[in-house]
Write a protein that binds this ligand. Sequence first.
Ligand code: 13P
Length: 253
Amino acid sequence: MRKQIAAANWKMNLTYQQAENLIDDLLALPHNLNNNQQVIFGVPFPYLTMVVDKLKGKRNVFVAAQNCYTKMNGAYTGETSIEMLQSIDVNHIIIGHSERREYFNESNEMLAAKVDLCLANNATPIFCCGEPLSVRETNEQDTFVAKQLKESLFHLIAEQIVKVVIAYEPIWAIGTGKTATSQQAQDIQAFIRNEIAKQYSNDIANEISILYGGSVKAANAKEIFGMPDVDGGLVGGASLVATEFNAIINALS
Ligand code: 13P
């Protein structure tokens, strides 16, 4: 059965002290995760160990890196390998966020290699896809997202793809305050699930969590998460405020 997931993506925000305070504040707030719900914190590299330590022993709560490199080790100055992440108990990795694609030229092919490396090491990739505004305006988002899935994920075998979490994040809704309507999120996420079903099977498609990302807030989370093909959210700005993110966790249906 697929998981309901509230995932935070702090991006390049917060000082160490602010990050520590945010986790402490969140831990002090009431939330009740059932066995089928998870919370994942995607935090900047320098804070991973601190957040892992603070969340140790918390059921269904995980820490994610926001990226990793395509190689295991070696002369790649400034990069971080999956081996390094796993050595500090980080086993979830956000792969292919649109900001990585746009500002760091990450291609579908490179992201396929990152997904492979995660899966070969039993780490969970949180694979991001989603279209820019120009594509949405011409109503070609399905074709655009299908290509991202095909080129980065559909080489996987069924036993592998069930281990991937997918986050659909329309670029025009990221950090803009402009959320996709719950119906827009539902339509494309149903399309994504159907593409997986066509490539693999209905059973496989139903096992995969598909999150929505793009201006999710406490005020809209319940409605968006209530859609049948939305299994939670990947949250940027609102994950930086303890009460907001806690309300989003509590909105998991
Ligand atoms: P916002 O929630 O700030 O729109 O960011 C979404 C996002 O990019 C999460 O990865």
